[in-house]
Design a binder for this molecule. Structure first.
Ligand code: ADP
Length: 309
C-alpha cells in the first residue's frame, strides 16, 4: 500500500460531566485526508483545502503527531499529507484532533499496522499539545477508537472505549462566533468544592452505567455539568435558551461541545435529533446569529479508510 484516503471524524469532548476525560465520535461530520509514502524521508504537508492552516510540519498538528510517531519507529521512506478540511478550527468539534488522529492512523496503515489504535492516541495527543498547550486525549481517543471513550488516567494513559447505544444521535450547533480555547480555559476555577465534586462524579458514574446498559433515561439524567458549564456558558450566546428548547423537544441532555462555542445535544433516535436541530436553529434565527448545524449518528468505528492503493 502506497497511498490511503481516509475520513477523519469530528468529535465531542467533555460531554457535560466529563471535563477532559469523556468524548464521542461523530459519523458524517469530519475531514478527509490522503497520506502517501514518499522517497523523501520525514513528513511534508503538501496540500490543505478548505482552511488557512500552516504547511510547516512543526506548526501543523498533523505534522507534529506524525513526527512523534516516527520518532519511535525506523522507516526507509517519508510521508506526504493532504488535508481536506470540513471542520472549522476553533469550533469545539475536534478540528485539530481530526488532523492529528488522521495523520497517525494513515501512517500506521501504510506501515502495516505496527501500533494498535489505542497506542496511536499518545502520538495524536502531541498534535493536541500544539493546538491547545495541553496534551489532552478526549478528542483524539474517540476519533481513533469510535463510540464513547473515557480517559480513566493520563499517567499512565488508560483509555476505555464504550460502544454507543444503537439509537444514539448527536445534534451539534456551531454559532459563528470566535471563542478562543485559551479564553474558555482561563475562565475556569482551579479549585472546586467537595459538594460539587460529589455531584460531578455521581453523574460520570451514571453516564458510564447508562451507556453500558443502554439506559437512555439514566444517560439523560447524568448529562449534567456542575463545574464547567456554569462558568463557560456565559461565553456562548443564548446558551440557556438553546438548552431549554432542546430539552423541551426531547433531547436527553445538552451541553457545551469541547471548549465551545458549539453546543451539543444527545437524543434517542434520528427523528428526535432532527427536531432538536430545528428548535436550536430557531433560537439563533431569532437573534440573527449565523450557525452551522449537524445531526449525526454516533460513529462506533472511528476513523474510516475510504480507499487505498
Ligand atoms: P477544535 O477545538 O475545533 O479542535 P482547536 O482550537 O483545538 O479547535 O484547534 C485549532 C488550533 O490548532 C488552531 O489554532 C489551528 O490553527 C491549529 N492547527 C494547526 N494545525 C491544524 C490542523 N491540521 N487542523 C486544525 N487546526 C490546526
Amino acid at each position: 500500500m502506497n497511498e490511503i484516503k481516509l475520513f477523519a471524524p469530528g468529535t465531542i469532548a467533555n460531554l457535560s460531566c466529563g471535563f477532559d476525560i469523556l468524548g464521542l465520535c461523530l459519523d458524517n461530520v469530519g475531514d478527509e485526508m490522503i497520506i502517501r509514502k514518499s522517497n523523501q524521508k520525514g513528513i511534508r504537508i503538501t496540500k490543505i483545502v478548505g482552511a488557512d492552516l500552516p504547511f510547516e510540519t512543526e506548526k501543523n498538528v498533523a505534522g507534529v503527531a506524525a513526527l512523534a510517531m516516527l520518532e519511535t519507529i525506523e522507516t526507509g521512506f517519508g510521508f506526504e499529507i493532504e488535508i481536506y478540511k470540513n471542520i472549522k478550527a476553533g469550533s469545539g468539534i475536534g478540528s485539530s484532533a481530526a488532523s492529528s488522529a488522521g495523520a497517525v492512523f494513515g501512517i500506521n496503515e501504510l506501515l502495516g499496522r505496527p501500533f494498535t489504535n489505542k497506542e496511536l492516541v499518545q502520538f495524536a495527543m502531541q498534535g493536541e499539545k500544539l493546538a491547545s498547550g495541553s496534551a489532552h486525549a478526549d478528542n483524539v481517543a474517540p476519533a481513533l477508537l469510535g463510540g464513547f471513550t473515557l480517559v480513566r488516567s493520563y499517567e499512565p494513559l488508560d483509555i476505555i472505549k464504550i460502544k454507543s447505544p444503537d439509537e444514539m444521535f448527536a445534534t451539534v450547533i456551531h454559532p459563528q462566533i470566535e471563542l478562543r480555547t485559551s479564553d474558555a480555559r482561563s475562565i475556569l476555577k482551579q479549585n472546586i468544592s467537595l459538594k460539587s465534586a460529589i455531584v460531578q462524579w455521581g453523574n460520570v458514574g451514571g453516564l458510564i452505567a447508562g451507556l453500558y446498559t443502554n439506559d437512555y433515561e439514566l444517560i439523560g439524567r447524568s448529562l449534567h455539568d456542575e463545574i464547567v458549564e456554569p462558568l463557560r456558558s456565559i461565553l456562548i450566546p443564548a446558551f440557556d435558551l438553546v438548552k431549554k428548547s432542546a430539552i423541551e423537544n426531547g433531547a436527553l441532555g445538552v451541553g457545551i461541545s469541547g471548549s465551545g462555542p458549539s453546543i451539543f445535544a444527545l437524543s434517542k433516535g434520528k427523528e428526535t435529533a432532527e427536531k432538536v436541530a430545528k428548535v436550536m436553529c430557531e433560537v439563533y434565527d431569532g437573534i440573527n446569529l449565523p450557525y452551522e448545524i449537524h445531526v449525526s449518528k454516533i460513529n462506533d468505528e472511528g476513523i474510516k479508510v475510504l480507499n487505498s492503493n
